[in-house]
Design a protein around this ligand. Structure first.
Ligand code: XMP
Length: 529
């Protein structure tokens, strides 16, 4: 993905050339493909994900140190099973096949694959049967995460077994002379104990990587790609006030300077005082050219009477694009739109071929089809949130902005359940401001990934003074996470919760009850809609 817009040997801002070491991950449709890439980047090795059927010329490039085949949902013997260019096998670099990647490697090299006697899903004991650099640092057994129906039934010639489980005789195997390796389990997922160690062993013991890649180099690379793609065109950026769009815009600003115009849309669904604070940040701290558009009335009228969460998201996504198109026309000949789309947005909008749509994040799944721009610049698409923050710091963005809690593009629309009205927005806004104030007072801002209030659209009976009330419910959502893909509810101290609850009921007109959401993700999502 990264090399598409980068001429080979291009000189970067740092003066380095683009021939740094690199691992290519060939994606066979696995749920965890980006996690593999992420683990590799965490080991300070640059890696690029390419589709399984990428042309050889994109895969075999200067600096290539190894290839990883990801898992995937198919059976390798199915008619339309994904394969790769067979030239990959003679690239002369080590290959690691994971799950489906293992099956493909076996099938292509003369082994056989078939249905397992017993499918394995979840945590599984694995016995390491032979010491090998791939398993350096492992004992005799370990716990791995399995997720498969098929297994290798016979290894291709030249391979020997390195590990087994109760129902999988070839849980890991190696052909050292050709430097081909395969594992049936998923070392990239957190539940595989020593999974990261296995990936690092592949990178350092087998591929001979040095691990000297840094986020700053990714910034250089992304800036060079943006410069190449944008050419001398004008670019418009959709700033939301969140970290993703800020980092994306700063990258583009570094690439093309004032040919970037940023637009901040107040869609009427922002938090209390947000528009003012955000504009101040961007102008003063980041030096961006920025226009604010007050489109609150038009968003709220489009949303009037709409209750379905997906409809709301689509309407907001569409309206955003229309506002941008209109602003773009005023600026004249704008070709590209910058968006801060990050990987979890892509995967949960069904962006990967096989992944299910959980909700349409407005910058991905909710886009209308007739868009008036030549294209999008989405430099953060392969990254996870914490990597975006690291990148933001490498770019010199102030810490208070980089560490702002995430705020969704559709804003409070996904926090007011059912129909949105100004009155409900007032209640969620006021209660949210109290929550944020109290979390800050308790010094907990850095410990919680996200914290906000929700308007569940439920009225309950209460008693205040001597009278009966029949008023609205407010829910508090607070979660801890590293990447928003999985979260735990945050264990806010009781005294803090008590104070927040008392203040909300006392200070926000129309609210008589407060509840605390104790759902993790999965099964819940962070936002309620
Ligand atoms: P969920 O609710 O899917 O949220 O668990 C995961 C993370 O994404 C944020 N979020 C969005 N961000 N546009 C965005 O830019 C959206 O449409 C959107 N929906 C959810 C959410 O706040 C959380 O950080």
């Amino acid at each position: 993905m990264f090399d598409r817009f980068v001429p080979k040997g291009a000189v970067l801002e740092t003066g380095k050339t683009m021939t740094e070491e690199k691992i290519v991950v060939l994606d066979f449709g696995g749920q965890y493909s980006q996690l593999i890439a992420r683990r590799i980047r965490d080991a300070h090795v640059f890696c690029e994900i390419l589709p399984h059927d990428a042309e050889l010329s994109r895969i075999i490039v200067p600096g290539l140190k190894g290839i990883v085949f990801t898992g995937g949902p198919d059976s390798v013997y199915a008619d339309d099973a994904p394969r790769c260019d067979p030239g990959v096998f003679s690239a002369g670099v080590p290959i690691l096949g994971i799950c489906y990647g293992m099956h493909l490697l076996s099938a292509e090299l003369g082994g056989s694959v078939g249905a397992a006697r017993k499918s394995e899903f979840g945590r599984t004991d694995m016995k390491i049967t032979e010491a090998h650099p791939l398993f350096s640092g492992f004992g005799e057994s370990t716990i791995v995460w399995m997720n498969h129906n098929d297994v290798v039934l016979a290894l291709p010639k030249g391979f020997r077994t390195l590990a087994e489980t109760e129902s999988c005789p070839y849980a890991a195997a190696a052909d050292d002379s050709r430097r081909f390796y395969m594992v049936q389990y998923h070392p990239e997922v957190h539940h595989s104990v020593l999974g990261t160690t296995l990936i690092r062993n592949f990178l350092f013991n087998i591929c001979g990587c040095t691990g000297d890649w840094k986020m700053g180099q990714l910034a250089d690379k992304l800036i060079a790609e943006i410069r190449e793609k944008a050419g001398d065109k004008k670019v418009l950026s959709a700033l939301s006030g969140g970290v993703d769009s800020s980092v994306a815009s700063v990258l583009v600003h570094k690439a093309i300077g004032d040919r970037l115009t940023c637009i901040f849309v107040d869609h009427g669904l922002l938090r209390k005082n947000e528009a003012r604070e955000v504009m101040q940040f961007y102008r003063e701290s980041l030096g961006l050219k920025i226009i604010m558009v007050d489109a609150s009335e038009r968003f709220l009228s489009k949303l009037s009477g709409v209750t379905d969460p997906e409809r709301k998201r689509k309407i907001i996504g569409e309206e955003f694009i229309r506002v941008f198109e209109e602003e773009a026309k005023k600026i004249g000949a704008v070709d590209y739109l910058v968006q801060g789309t990050i990987y979890p947005d892509v995967i949960e909008s069904g962006g990967s071929k096989k992944a299910a749509v959980i909700k349409s994040h407005h910058n991905v799944g909710g886009l209308p089809e007739n868009i008036d721009f030549k294209g999008f610049i989405e430099p953060l698409r392969p990254l996870f949130k914490d990597e975006v923050r690291e990148l933001g710091e490498a770019l010199g963005i102030p810490r208070h902005l980089v560490w702002r809690q995430p705020f969704p593009g559709p804003g409070l629309a996904v926090r007011v359940l059912g129909e949105i009205t100004p009155e409900k927005l007032r209640m969620v806004r006021e209660s949210d401001a109290i929550l944020r104030e109290e979390v800050a007072l308790a010094g907990l801002e850095q410990d919680i990934w996200q914290y906000f209030t929700v308007f569940p659209n439920v009225r309950t009976v209460g008693v205040m003074g001597d009278g009966r009330t029949y008023d609205n419910l407010i829910a508090i959502r607070a979660v801890t996470s590293t990447d928003a893909m999985t979260v735990e509810f945050a264990e806010l101290p009781w005294p803090v919760l008590r104070k927040i609850s008392e203040r909300i009921v006392n200070e926000v007109d129309g609210v008589n009850r407060v509840v605390f959401d104790i759902t993790s993700k999965p099964p819940g999502t962070i936002e309620w809609e």
